[in-house]
Design a protein. Sequence first.
Length: 102
Amino acid sequence: MSNLPSVGAVPIAAPRQHDLSQVDTIELAQVLAERLAIRPNDWHRLKSNRKARSSEQAAIALVYLLKDQPEEALARLQQATGWLDRSISAPPCPTHGTKPPA
């Protein structure tokens, strides 16, 4: 039996080392950050999802860290931590509750 994680009944294939060895570490981090970024169409559904928001910020922090920008990385890690420890919450949507001028 394989020790690979699975989604439902489908095992997740382990990435082949030779495929990833050709990709720069920063590029890998950027791809991860792009995949974890909340898309505009998903914003209202995920804006308060602590796991989604924390994952997004942690991935961005990794990109900044790899690009030798520790201050930016730290700010994003603090945001990620804030989502996990519930010290921050999503602000209300600025377009909700406003009425168009008469």
